[in-house]
Ligand binder design. Structure first.
Ligand code: NAD
Ligand code: UDP
Length: 342
C-alpha cells in the first residue's frame, strides 16, 4: 500500500515508518518539523537502507495535502501529526485546537477530495481521564481532563461521524498508553526539546549526567510503593500495532477503537530500578509534591487488540530502558548540533 504518515518524522511516526517499509509498504512522510528535525529522516533512511519520500508541510494546508495524496496515489493515512504536551495545552488551548482539530479537519477535507477512505488515528489513553476502574478497556467512560485530551476526543468523534456519513470511510482509532524506549539501531528515539516532561526522557538525561536528579511527583498514592503507576509500552511494539491496524482496515467497515498497551502497570520507582540496571548509572531522585492533575494508576486492558488485531506488546521493561539508554548514548556521541535539534 501507499501510506501517508502525517507527523511521520516524530517519535512514534519514525518507528512506524521503519516497520511499514520493512513490511513492503511505500511510505510518504508529511511533517512541518515543528517537533522533529531533518536528521531523523537521515537516520530513518540509514535504518531502512533506502530513500524515503518526505513532504514538508502543515496539515492545515489542505491543498498541499490533496496534492500529496494525489502525487503519491495514497491508499491510507496514518495520522500522527499533532501537539502533545499536556501542560502546554493548558497554557495554549487555542494552539492545540487549531493544530490538532482544525488540522484533522483539513486532512479529512483533502482525503475526501481525493477519495482516500482509510485512516489510522493516533489517539491517547488521556481520553479516558481519571480511571473509574482498572484495567481500562475501550468501553471505559471518556472524560479527558485537559485541552490536549479533549482535542483527541473531538477528533475521535469527528472521525466516527465521518464513518457514519460515508459508509466507505474506515477508521482504526488507536489509544496509546505510555510509549517509551527507542529503536534497536540506536538511531531513532525520543529527544524532547528543553527539559522533558515525561518520566523516561527525564530519567535518561539524569542517567547521562545532563540533569542532576529526578523529581518524583508524590509517593503516597494508593499504589504498591506509593508512586504513580503507568502502562509503559515499547515504541517498537507500538509501531507493530500500526501494521496490524492497517491489515485490519483492509477487511473492516466503520470506526473501531483499540487500546495499545501492555496491560502491566509499572511504578516510578520500578522504572528507576530498571533504568539503573540498563544504564549502569546512578539515578539520584527526591520526592516532591504531586504534579497537579496526575492520577495514581493507569493501565490498559489490551485484550481487544490482542484478539482482533492479533497484536501483542512483547518487549520487556528492561528492553525499553536498554534501548532508551542506547539512544541517549547515540545523542551524546553524535554531532552536538544534530543531538540538540533532533
Ligand atoms: P512527536 O511530537 O514526536 O511527533 C508528532 C509529529 O507531528 C512531529 O514530527 C511534528 O513536527 C508533527 N506535527 C505537529 N503538528 C503538525 C502540523 N500541524 N503539520 C504537520 N506536522 C505536524 O509526537 P509522538 O510522540 O510521535 O506522537 C505522535 C502522535 O501520537 C501524536 O498525535 C500524539 O498526540 C499521539 N500520542 C503520543 C503519546 C506519547 O506519549 N508519545 C501518547 C499518546 C498519543
Ligand atoms: N513522573 C515523575 N517525575 C517526572 C515525570 C513524571 O515522578 O519528572 C511520574 C508522573 O507523576 C507519573 C509517571 O511518572 O506518575 C509518568 O509520567 P509521564 O508524564 O511520563 O506520563 P503520564 O503521566 O502523562 O501518563
Amino acid at each position: 500500500m501507499n501510506i501517508l504518515l502525517t507527523g511521520g518524522a516524530g517519535y512514534i511516526g519514525s518507528h512506524t515508518a521503519v516497520v511499514l517499509v520493512q513490511a513492503g509498504h511505500k511510505i510518504v512522510i508529511y511533517d512541518n518539523f515543528c517537533n522533529s528535525s531533518k536528521p531523523t529522516i537521515d537516520n530513518l533512511e540509514s535504518v531502512v537502507k533506502q530513500k524515503v519520500s518526505v513532504v514538508e508541510g502543515d496539515i492545515r494546508n489542505t491543498s498541499l495535502l490533496a496534492q500529496t495524496l494525489k502525487q503519491f496515489s495514497i491508499d491510507a493515512v496514518i495520522h500522527f501529526a499533532g501537539l502533545k504536551a499536556v501542560g502546554e495545552s493548558v497554557q495554549e488551548p487555542l494552539n492545540y485546537y487549531e493544530n490538532n482539530v482544525q488540522g484533522t479537519l483539513s486532512l479529512l477535507r483533502a482525503m475526501n477530495e481525493l477519495c482516500v477512505k482509510n485512516i489510522v488515528f493516533s489517539s491517547s489513553a488521556t481520553v479516558y481521564g481519571d480511571p473509574q476502574y482498572l484495567p481500562i478497556d475501550e468501553a471505559h467512560p471518556l472524560a479527558p481532563t485537559n485541552p490536549y485530551g479533549r482535542t483527541k476526543l473531538h477528533i475521535e468523534q469527528i472521525l466516527e461521524d465521518q464513518t457514519k456519513a460515508d459508509i466507505d470511510f474506515k477508521v482504526v482509532n488507536l489509544r496509546y498508553f505510555n510509549p517509551v524506549g527507542a529503536h534497536a539501531s540506536g538511531l531513532l528515539g525520543e529527544n524532547p526539546k528543553g527539559t522533558p516532561n515525561n518520566l523516561t526522557p527525564f530519567i535518561a538525561r539524569v542517567a547521562s549526567g545532563d540533569l542532576q536528579e529526578l523529581n518524583i511527583f508524590g509517593n503516597d498514592y494508593p499504589t504498591e510503593d506509593g508512586t504513580g503507576v503507568r502502562d509503559y509500552i515499547h515504541v517498537e511494539d507500538l509501531a507493530d500495532g500500526h501494521v496490524a491496524a492497517l491489515n485490519f482496515l483492509s477487511h473492516t467497515v466503520g470506526f473501531e477503537t483499540f487500546n495499545l498497551g501492555t496491560g502491566n502497570g509499572c511504578s516510578v520507582l520500578q522504572m528507576i530500578v530498571a533504568y539503573k540496571k540498563a544504564s549502569g548509572k546512578k539515578i539520584p531522585y527526591r520526592i516532591v509534591s504531586k504534579r497537579p492533575g496526575d492520577i495514581a494508576s493507569c493501565y490498559a486492558a489490551p485484550t481487544k487488540a490482542n484478539q482482533i488485531l492479533k497484536w501483542k506488546a512483547g518487549r520487556t521493561l528492561q528492553e525499553m530502558c536498554e534501548s532508551s539508554w542506547a539512544f541517549q548514548q547515540y545523542l551524546k556521541n553524535s554531532h552536538p548540533v544534530s543531538a540538540n535539534t533532533q
